[in-house]
Design a protein around this ligand. Structure first.
Ligand SMILES: [Zn+2]
Length: 267
């Protein structure tokens, strides 16, 4: 029995070691037990449901709607080029989409696979194109760093332990489906993941690089986060602030990351 347990845990260890991926730019190794393709498929369905929900008002035909698409496409082009240059294109089969949504919520997000929503409520804080690129670069960074996949892999490892790694694919798929549904909600009820503080720092690092690659001076990020910090004084806490603490430490860390990002900045 002891021997079996020993071999099972060795098997798990081997499976875990064989199931790691590397985050672009940061080079960090992350647990990768859940198929990112599967997560992207589910995210695409959830995104469609969100856009088609009668409560969702997608803005079209305004200059801000055009700006969201324009900034998104610029960052996506820069990211795609970087991934191609690094020989990583096949690992990141994104189908980018960018939409501006009418909402007083101060929020923006990017689902796995490049499905982006920017809420009109955040526009007073982004204030200009570079501010918008800061937010979109950051959210896209969460998707490129596959933070959702990582979080689900961690949950998967905790929930099922060694045994399930040996069960049939169908059983694993059901389990993964459950994790994805938990993360993205069912029937259009969108409940986005809260990322860890270290994931947030990594998204800041990658986001600054992505905005720089797309032609935006990463120094603009500081002004955006300072505007977010000043919003804290307001009576209600914006959604984006509850998941993205914009305290002095974050702004300080971003300032330290800017010189590296500047290397990617091309005028
Ligand atoms: Zn974030």
């Amino acid at each position: 029995m002891k021997a079996i347990l020993k071999y099972t845990s060795m098997g798990l260890l081997a499976a875990v070691l064989a199931s790691c991926s590397t985050v672009p730019i940061s080079g960090r190794r992350q647990l990768s037990l859940v198929s990112d393709d599967q997560i992207q498929d589910q995210a695409a369905v959830a995104y469609k449901e969100f856009l088609n929900d009668p409560k969702t008002r997608v803005i079209t035909g305004t200059s801000n709607a055009a700006l969201v698409k324009n900034v998104g496409n610029k960052i996506a082009a820069a990211v795609n080029k970087y991934l191609a240059d690094e020989g990583l294109s096949q690992q990141f089969n994104f189908n980018w989409e960018f939409n501006l949504v009418e909402s007083s919520d101060v929020n923006a997000w990017c689902m796995p696979g490049g499905k982006v929503a920017v809420y009109t409520g955040i526009l007073p804080f982004t204030a200009n194109e570079a501010g918008l690129a800061t937010v979109m670069g950051h959210e896209i960074a969460h998707a490129i760093a596959r933070h959702s996949m990582e979080q689900m892999s961690n949950q998967y490892a905790v929930q099922v332990g060694a045994q399930v790694l040996g069960v049939a694919t169908a059983g694993r798929n059901t389990l993964i489906q459950g994790l994805v549904n938990n993360a993205y909600g069912i029937g259009g009820q969108l409940a986005l993941l809260k990322y860890s503080r270290s994931n947030e720092s990594e998204a800041d690092q990658l986001g600054l690089v992505f905005m720089a690659m797309a032609g935006y001076n990463p120094e603009n990020a500081v002004a955006f986060w300072e505007r977010m910090a000043s919003a804290k004084a307001a009576s209600s806490t914006p959604e984006f602030l509850s998941t993205h603490p914009s305290d002095a430490r974050r702004i300080n860390d971003i300032q330290k990351l800017i010189p590296n990002a500047m290397a990617y900045y091309k005028k």
